[in-house]
Every structure is written in structure tokens, then in C-alpha cells.
Design a protein around this ligand. Sequence first.
Ligand code: NAD
Length: 482
Amino acid sequence: MAHLTLLQNFIDGEFVECTTYIDSYDPSTGEVWAKIPDSGEPEVNAAVDAATKAFTVWSKTPVQERSRIMMKIAEILESRLDEFAKAESRDQGKPVWLAKAVDIPRAVHNMRSFATSILHEVNKSTVLDAMDAVNYTLRQPVGVAGLISPWNLPMYLLTFKIAPAIASGNTVVAKPSEMTSVTAWMFCKVLQEAGLPKGVINFVFGVGPRAGEAIVKHPGVPLVSFTGGTATAKRLRMTAAPFSKKLSLELGGKNPAVIFSDCDLQKCIDTTIRSSFMNQGEICLCTSRIYVQKDLYLTFLEKFIEATKKLIVGNPKESSTFCGALISKEHLAKVKGYVTLAEKEGATIQTGKEELNLSTENKNGYFMRPTVITDISDDSPCMKEEIFGPVTCVVPFNTEDEAVRRANDVQYGLCATVWTSNASTLHRVSRQLQAGTVWANCWLVRDLNMPFGGTKESGVGREGNFDSMDFFTEQKTICVKL
Ligand code: NAD
């Protein structure tokens, strides 16, 4: 067997062995490539103790110094772009070019963005003339933050939590997904080199029901920021309830695209191909229900299928590859199960069932072709449930009201896209769609100054330069009688 990467937990600034380990697979080969600590309560307790001790100093460290260290972290991470992108691809299955263009640069940007925005923190003040008093607010860090992240965008999402947490003076116990922990472990070395004081960020690797749950139920962790599935979040809320913890939840989606006949068709198709299939469709913001106005439907479908068929699936190391491997054997089976179910229900699989032409190296990897389904009922599980893979359904609609009603008719409300050249239609539809973000004539254009999050079962709370600060700090009002 090839050389295995053996991870350690990172507690109080030191790499610490664990007694038991679990396997982590390279999804593009189906082989074990790393061993992950199978941490539980003892490891979490040690990490919380270290973070609690560090909090007494870090919470009082001047904001300029916190910002300086974060900038250093960003600089070192950026200098290792290649190394991190290759490891992210090997761990997750995504193309190396994508990790290099999006995941790792975004992790660097997260660090810089929060390191900068914290320097411009604004407090409120009022003068009460009639009562001879003044009020002002202070923002204070909360304590040890538990940060739990998923496998689809490992470094991107993890740093979107770490950066605001430490910028605002909290300390951290983080647990990345057990399926993609390697880059987080590599990141620990970056933290050491950047001179981050011991205990400010601690990593405990392992599975959700053990390591994750131990964080959520630890009384010394007053706030938990979680990104992951809606079903996991329900369990997490129940575990956290007796402790009255602050919770931030970024969850699943079933995101619609509403496409009107007056849209810029080529732009719409190019973008909707990306929004449906980028990162193998394993982005919470991916489009999985496409509603097209009836008179454009057949033209759209023909061009969309043609573009889908051109996407190259295979070796994530190749720069021509658009879709790499799905995260696991089980997930691949789940995603394919939805396609089989749609077929049984009488839907048409327009493309996706063609044989894959994989190299010997990748023949046991978890690959599937981007799949387009039509002639499917709005009640099908494929139209209601999050599939989280390269599968999208295309259906026609007649009127604007009908499109909005059908787009909103799911339990989720994370994001949506609207395609039209009519400004009134664009604003009217965007207002009515139940989603935390509506992208009009675009997708995944992100500004960290804007609030990000989900409505309905897609989440609780918002993240972003200002919104994450609301979560990671307590505002205190001080009233002074003159
Ligand atoms: P998941 O819910 O299975 O796991 C997420 C994290 O929670 C992992 O680290 C896991 O180990 C941990 N976990 C599992 N059980 C736990 C428990 N009982 N207590 C504490 N922690 C536990 O999700 P996943 O499969 O890793 O990720 C895919 C999901 O994440 C999809 O639903 C996707 O839409 C969602 N997601 C949402 C966003 C967003 O910003 N809204 C972003 C990315 C992914």
C-alpha cells in the first residue's frame, strides 16, 4: 500500500497522537490515503481546556495584533497554493484547477477579509439629553467557539468560520468533516508558523456522532457554528438546547433557476451548466431544479443537453476535467439512486447514463456523468430533496406566478437564480423567491460584505463580514448618567 498520511489532533499548539484512527479515501481512486484520529470526549475536553485558557489572553489581545497574525496566516497559506490545492483535490475528489482557482484562494481571502473588517468595527452611541445620560455599545467575544464543517468545500467553509471567530477575540475548537480533514491538518502547521498563540485554534478530528457531538454538548463551548446537512442540524439543535447555546446553522438547499424567454440564452446556459455541475454538483448553492418558460423550453433543453454532454468527467489532476469524483462510494450510490427512482417514476434521463471512459488509475473512483432529467413531477423526491450531486431537473412553466409558486414549494430556501432581461420581472420575482440569496443573471458572485445564509430549513443566521460578527460577539450596552 502507498504511503499513508497520518493526521494528529492539534491541541494547545501541539500535534497530539490519538489512540484510534479511521480511514480517509481518495475518491478518485477509491483507495485509503490518510488516517484520521477517531477523537471523542477526552480529546474534545483537552481541546476545550486549551481554548478556555487561551481565551483569557486572546480576548484581550489588541485587535491590531489579532489582525496582523491573521494576515500572516493568509500570506503563508497563499504561498502554499499548489500544495493545498493538490491535497484538497485528493481528499475531496474535485479537480485540482478548481481548488487552485476557488477553494484555496477563497480561504486566503476569508482570512484577509475578516482581518481587515475587524479593524473597522463600529459601535453605537446615543445621548439622552432629557435624562442626562449617554449610551454606548461594546462588542465582546463570547468564548470558546465550536466550529463544525462539511466535506464539499473543506478549506473554504472552515476558514469562513475560523476567520470571524478569532478576529473577534474568540478561541476555537474545530472539527472538519472526517472525509476531508487533511488540508485542515496541514493548516495547523501554517498557524504555528504564523505565530498564532497556543490554544487559540484547536483541531479535533473524527466523526460527527463522537467528536462533533462532544463539542456540541460541552458546557464550556457557548457557541457553535455548523455547516452541513439539515437532518444533522436538527439533532445538533436538540443536543445544544439544554445549554442555551448560540447556534449558527448553514444547511442544505434545493435551489431553483427561473428562466424567462427574454433572457440572454447563451449566458444563461453557460452559467446554469456551472451552477448545476461545478464541484460535481456538491455545492450547497448548486442549481437542481430548472424552470424554463414554455416558449423557450425546447430550445433551452437542446442547448443545455448539448453543453452537458461536452463536460469532461475523470482524473481531477487533468486541467480539462470539469467533474472529478464524488466524495464517497455511499454518496455515489445515493445520488445514482435518485436517478433510478426518477426513471421508475417515468421521467426521461436526457443524458448521464453513457459509459465513462476512465483511466486505470481512476477505474475504482466514484465518478458519474452530469445528468439531466426531464418529464418529472414536482412531487418527485428528485424535485423536493437535496441530491447533492451532478443531477439537475429541467421543467417548463407558463406564467410568472406559477414559476414563483413552484420554485418556493420545497422545504429549503438557500439560493435561487433568475434569468430575464426585463428589470421589472427580475426585481418582482427576486422579491418573491424564498431564498437567502437570489442571483439575477449570474451565479456565485460573492461579496463577503453581504449577508449569506438560508431561509426555511436551509439555515438559521447569516454569515459575512458584518453578520458573522453579530454571531461571534455579544453586544453590551453601557449607560452612563452624567
Ligand atoms: P453532515 O451534516 O453529514 O456533516 C457536517 C459536519 O457535521 C461534519 O463535520 C460531520 O462530521 C458533523 N456531524 C455529523 N453528525 C454530527 C452530530 N451528531 N453532532 C455534531 N456534528 C456532527 O453534512 P455533509 O454531508 O458533510 O455536508 C453536506 C451538507 O452540507 C449538504 O446538505 C449541504 O447542502 C450542506 N452545506 C451547506 C452549506 C451552506 O452554506 N448552507 C455549505 C456547504 C454544505
